[in-house]
Ligand binder design. Structure first.
Ligand code: FES
Ligand code: FES
Length: 162
């Protein structure tokens, strides 16, 4: 048995910052961050879609980068800063991308929308007024089964105009 296989059975204490708060979690080191967020920390915004890092439903920010939390083991975020859709804006305020998604009525079933918002917010943090090509590029890892992708792109563009 490899050292990694052996460690999968251990529960280990990890500390990370989530939405501005230091959180401690005891879990198997290989537990996907998505499960920790949803099951241990009660943050249900990031969603399980494919579980393979290819649909974007589970996207969060880790140290400012967009990351598939379904495909990110807990051990890899020890000491790092995680932001979920719940922590994008303070209190009851909405992040400009969240407001623009509402204004554009961009979501249909909305299953994909939190991942889209995390991709859009990361883009605007780097490029406050992106052009359409930049927005399309930023959202290309987000799959929308409802076919609302064009409205999502318009929403992120609108947020950049705001
Ligand atoms: S559920 Fe994580 S990318 Fe699809
Ligand atoms: S709005 Fe339904 S999957 Fe995107």
């Amino acid at each position: 048995m490899s050292e990694r296989e052996g460690s999968q059975r251990e529960r280990t204490q990890f500390a990370l910052t989530v939405n501005g708060e230091r959180r401690e979690v005891e879990a198997d080191p290989d537990t996907p961050l998505l499960y920790v967020l949803r099951n241990d920390l009660g943050l249900m915004g990031a969603r399980f879609g494919c579980g393979l890092g290819i649909c974007g439903a589970c996207f969060v920010h880790v140290d400012g980068a967009v990351v598939a939390s379904c495909d990110t083991p807990l051990w890899s975020v020890e000491g790092r800063t995680v932001v979920t859709v719940e922590g994008l804006a303070p209190g009851d305020a909405l992040h400009p991308v969240q407001q623009a998604v509402l204004d554009e009525q961009a979501a249909q079933c909305a299953y994909c929308v939190t991942g889209v918002i995390m991709s859009g917010a990361a883009l605007l943090a780097r490029t406050p007024k992106p052009d359409e090509a930049a927005v399309v590029g930023a959202l290309e890892r987000n799959l929308c089964r409802c076919g609302a992708h064009g409205r999502m792109v318009r929403a992120v563009l609108r947020a950049g105009d705001g």
